[in-house]
Every structure is written in C-alpha cells, then in structure tokens.
Design a protein around this ligand. Structure first.
Ligand SMILES: *[C@@H]1O[C@H](CO)[C@@H](O)[C@H](O)[C@H]1NC(C)=O
Length: 371
C-alpha cells in the first residue's frame, strides 16, 4: 500500500479522534478573541508599485519614511503622496536577475530584507536579511555592507529581526532556524524545528554571543524602554519570551505573554508598550499541527503545497490581528480585521504620532490606521 495513503488515513483518523467534539468548521476557524475591536478594516492602504511583502517598517531619526524591505530584495522609502516610493537600499550586489516582485527561488541571490532598525546616533540603517545576515547601510542608502554573516563558524541561515541597544552598543538579533531558510518558513513552523537562536552582536568588539538556543521559530525582537529585558516572539509556540538582561533576574527567561495566534514582529511605542503583529490567529487545527511535529511532517511529506500548508495553520479565513502588551506582558488592546476586508497576514505594527503603520510579509501594500 502507498505509504502516503497510510499516512493520510492515520492522520485523518487521529484528527477525527482528537477533534471529534469540535464541529469541523470551528476546527479551521480563527478563534474569537475576548475584548477585541474589529476596527482594522478602516485602515488606509498605500500600495507598493511592482513590489510585495513589506515585512518591517521603520522611520529614520528625522521621522522620514517609513522604509520597508520587499520580496525582491530592495529597501524602499515612502516619500509621501507626491513622490511615492523611492529605492533606498539593497543587500545584494548581484541584482541582474531580481526583476520579479516575488521569486522565492531567487531570495538567496537578491536578498530578502526583514527586520529594519535605524541607529539614531549615526543615522545608519541596520538590516536583518533572511539570507545574507546582518547588514548596514548609511543614511544615503545604496548597497549595504556586512555586519554579521556567520556565527560559531556557520553561515547565518535565516536571520529575521533585531533591536539595537545604543547604551550597550549591541544588537540583539534572531535566527529563526539554523537548518531551514526563509522560503521554507512553513516547514520551520510545521516540523517542530527548534534550532532558532537569539544572539547579541557587540559593535565595539565585533563579537557575537548566542544568548538563547533551541527556540521554536524565534522571530520579532524588542528591547524594553529601560533596557532591562529583551522580548523575542516565538512564532511556533504563540509565545513572547522575555530574557532579563540586568538586575537580579539577569539571564532568566520568562514567558512574557501567551497569544491567541502566531506572533511576527514586536515594536515598542513611545510609552514603552509593545505592539505585536500576529501573522494569523491560531485555529484549533493550526495550534495542534504547529505543536505536533509528526502531523506537520506528514503533511509536508505528502506534498501539500504552500497554500494548503499555510491555510492549515493560518485558518481558511484570512484576517489581521494586532495586540498591544504592557511592560508586564498584559494584553492592553486587541485590534482586528477579522474578515480580512482590508488587511491580512500582518507582520509588524509601528506606532507613530497616533497612527499605526502596518506591514505584511505577503501583501503588496502597507496599512495606516488612526488610533
Ligand atoms: C549572480 O546570480 C546568478 C543567479 O541569478 C548566479 O548564477 C551568479 O553566479 C551570481 N554571480 C555572482 C558573482 O555571485
């Protein structure tokens, strides 16, 4: 008998047993989040001409931008309605084949900029490129140069996000997996991969130290306002982890928050609260499959395509959800576009002057929502 069929039958039987008390629709539906406000559909949209996947957004020290990294490897800058988007920087020097807005098979050639952060003093833009490592480019833009490309003798495999501590002169950054690359992010999520790391790059000594290992898809990174801890979104477990950097708890890791979905980037606002973008809320099936490695491995082995794998964990109804957390990890606010009318699969929420600027790793636009 075909081993694939046996696996499917086993998988289905186990679903049926595990979830027989659910109705099937509920199994794949994103949950209702208590206290959530279904307001994000009112966001204004700014389209990206000929580009998709603005994963992270950042403003420079003068309030210019936002800047965003897109799927073809470029970093674009928003210059306002009149000028629109302009090309600011890129992470790869070999861009002759990088013409398609979305070509995952070329990401290792073209670069795929994810997390972005400006150094406020120098005006330099730091870039976590999923394939090319940690990079930096001056305030005039152009070709970024290398900051960190390998750790412990191994090239970085899937750099994801970072935050800069200017007081300590260090950069905290994540590598989501040491095995899989960004284009296989679904495999990281569904196979139970726990090879992700949080690292610290010291700008004066140029040394990298691994702070946390064995993480399940570490993603967004944000320092607290006083620098006493750093947060890391662990996408596969739907958790935000808190690593204490100073004081009596230095070195300790706590669970800062457990979320109703899969967190992507975390960004601190001026009050010291944190906005977390959920790639998707977790349906009962999505949560089960992301916490049951064999199930995900079977689905991958059977040859489910990207769309099927994606909807198995993100639910069958695209939607957007953003969560504001206090400095102690309490949920202060949940904003949603529960029907995905305007926004879906959001990856970052950046608060500036009473507005939320909202990015998405899959969509061809950004959103602006007035608070
Ligand atoms: C540039 O990229 C192409 C693939 O698009 C590759 O074949 C070629 O070797 C690369 N050149 C350099 C100098 O890395």
């Amino acid at each position: 008998m075909n081993p694939g069929l046996v696996a499917v039958a086993t998988l289905l039987a186990l679903f049926a047993i595990t979830f027989s008390f659910f109705n099937p629709q509920a199994l794949f539906s994103p949950p209702h989040v208590p206290g959530s406000k279904d307001h994000l559909h009112a966001a204004q949209i700014i389209h990206l001409a000929g580009a998709v996947g603005p994963e992270s957004l950042v403003f420079d020290a003068h309030g210019g931008g936002p800047y965003t990294g897109v799927a073809d490897g470029r970093i674009l800058k928003w210059e306002g309605e009149q000028q629109g988007w302009t090309e600011f920087a890129f992470t790869s020097s070999n861009r002759s084949d990088c013409r398609s807005p979305f070509a995952p098979e070329l990401e290792h050639v073209c670069g795929r900029p994810l997390g972005l952060k400006f150094d406020k003093q120098s005006g330099d833009l730091y870039i976590a490129d999923a394939y090319l490592g940690l990079k930096v480019v001056g305030s005039a833009g152009g070709l970024a140069t290398n900051v960190v490309t390998e750790v412990e003798g191994q090239p970085l495999r899937f750099t994801n996000d970072m935050d800069i501590s200017e007081e300590e002169d260090v950069i905290y950054f994540t590598e989501s997996s040491t095995i899989f690359q960004r284009r296989q992010f679904m495999v990281v999520l569904l196979s139970g991969d726990r090879t992700g790391r949080l690292m610290k790059y010291d700008r004066s000594t140029k040394e990298v130290k691994v702070l946390l290992r064995d993480l399940a898809f570490p993603n967004g990174v944000a320092l607290s306002k006083d620098g006493s801890f750093v947060l890391v979104a662990e996408t596969s477990t739907c958790k935000i982890l808190q690593l204490w950097l100073g004081g009596p708890k230095a070195g300790q890791v706590d669970t800062f928050a457990e979320l109703p979905g899969f967190p992507d980037n975390i960004r601190r606002n001026s009050e010291g609260h944190f906005w977390v973008a959920l790639h998707a809320k977790g349906s009962p099936f999505g949560k089960w499959v992301s916490s049951t490695p064999w199930a995900g491995k079977v689905m991958i082995k059977i040859g489910f395509n990207f769309k099927q794998l994606h909807s198995s964990f993100a639910g069958w109804k695209p939607h957007a959800a953003a969560i504001k957390l206090s400095e102690r990890g309490e949920i202060l606010e949940v904003l949603e576009d529960s029907e995905g009318k305007t926004l879906k699969f959001i990856s970052e929420v950046e608060e500036k002057d009473g507005k939320l600027w909202i990015a998405s790793v899959l969509m061809p636009f950004i959103g602006i929502y007035g608070l």
